[in-house]
Ligand binder design. Sequence first.
Ligand code: BEZ
Length: 242
Amino acid sequence: MTLTQDSTPMPATTPTPATTPMPRIGDKAPAFTAKSTQGDVSFPEDFAGSWVIFFSHPADFTPVCTSEFMTFASMQDEFAALNTKLLGLSVDGLFSHIAWLRTIKERIEFNGMKDVEVTFPLIEDITMEVSSKYGMIMPGESSTQAVRAVFIIDPEAVIRAIIYYPLSMGRNFDELKRAIIALQTADQHAVATPADWRPGDRVIVPPAGSCGTAKERMEGAEEGVECVDWFFCLKDVEPAGR
Ligand code: BEZ
């Protein structure tokens, strides 16, 4: 840090996209417009009212990414049933995206999937403008490719969960679906989900906010609520998507 003549601290460098703070859970998802394999995308307007899984992948025509795209595409209806849309990004150009998705449909078989058509938008980000806004470029891993980032964004365009994987590791799609169901279930019933929660398991009731409620709960006064201790109470709810 240097000082100006009137002793005001002056930053040594102007912030660049790479030093833009990453959006965090609870922040509004940064808005952007981009070209995609399904036409121009304006985020968040084009996704109003839906949950969104916005994810980045390192590069087209790479095997792990190919396996992930086939899996995303084959689960698209399951996500749609959870009011969830998919949106992909890599720093490759649009023609590369188009050629890669055509190759996937025409030639690639994986895990029993074949003839897979990717119909969700894959945006191009050659300038890294969008990936930089979202903290998808991690120079320690690669300064020329995005890592495998996942942003789960709610219908109000608020970021609700962020998951990162390195280049070498394909994502766990059961976990992505479980995360959407857990977030939606928590919202619908004002509850939380315990470790390793699966849809259908009991959920956590928010802790008692007064000594009176704590006592009532321990005495079994709240129907359907079972307390292990006053602060640790569980109940059954209908999970989202059923
Ligand atoms: C892949 O998708 O296979 C991949 C991409 C970048 C680095 C390593 C693997």
